[in-house]
Design a protein around this ligand. Structure first.
Ligand code: COA
Length: 184
């Protein structure tokens, strides 16, 4: 999952922080009851299995990082420090991410969705969103949001097809980002 994330989201903050950091973040989320992680995989005779894709969602993204620190501060701080030693320029980005204020009152969020390029356009993305929505509904979530890079027009078309509504554009770490939401 961490490898797929790093290969697909090449310029994003987590990928720049490195494979180990991504691994720690997702591994920590697995221990939080209000996070949903689902990985789809396909049988492969050589590799045993191949990742088809994954989706990550959370019922309260506003307090997520604080809660992750509470349960896994040691690893998160260690991996952040190691990433910053390798790339000191990231200090500013880290501060901006920590000070980032949510752009919406909606707390539930689709944090990440990624389909292995060789499995795209085969409805796997739609299936993963359906799984997250089933989990959201089970927990009485009425609407949720997703933040998309403005340059990621493929993802915007995908969200539009799935019934999301564009809300606004804002800046995050000098990148133009779009906020979208969907009512369930
Ligand atoms: C965006 C992404 C998750 C879509 O997954 P996918 O499995 O290829 O999408 P699906 O096959 O389930 O498509 C679902 C619908 O969206 C549409 N769609 C998907 N990608 C599209 C594109 N690039 N342009 C136009 N429509 C698109 C499909 O036509 C389909 O519509 P339909 O069911 O009415 O025919 C996938 O392309 C991906 O992993 N991209 C890279 C990671 C990323 O950008 N994630 C989002 C970050 S916010």
């Amino acid at each position: 999952m961490a490898l797929l994330h790093r290969n697909v989201f090449k310029g994003d903050f987590l990928s720049i922080m490195g494979y180990k950091f991504i691994w720690t973040i997702y591994d920590t989320m697995l221990d939080l009851d209000d996070c949903f992680l689902y990985i789809m995989r396909d049988w492969d005779p050589k590799l045993y299995y191949k990742p088809v894709g994954f989706i990550v969602g959370c019922r309260d993204s506003k307090t997520l990082f604080k809660r992750m620190l509470k349960i896994n501060a040691g690893h998160i701080i260690k991996d952040t420090a190691l990433a910053l030693i390798r790339k000191p320029k990231l200090v500013l980005d880290c501060i901006k991410i920590l000070r980032y204020e949510s752009q919406s009152k909606i707390k539930p969020e689709l944090l990440s969705i990624c389909i292995n390029p060789e499995y795209r356009n085969k409805k796997w993305g739609r299936k993963l969103v359906r799984k997250l929505e089933r989990w959201f509904r089970k927990h009485k979530v009425k609407s949720y949001k997703v933040v998309v890079n403005q340059s990621n027009t493929d993802a915007q078309r995908f969200y539009h097809k799935l019934g999301f509504e564009y809300i606004k554009t804002f800046k995050l770490n000098d990148k133009e980002m779009e906020l979208w939401k969907k009512c369930l």
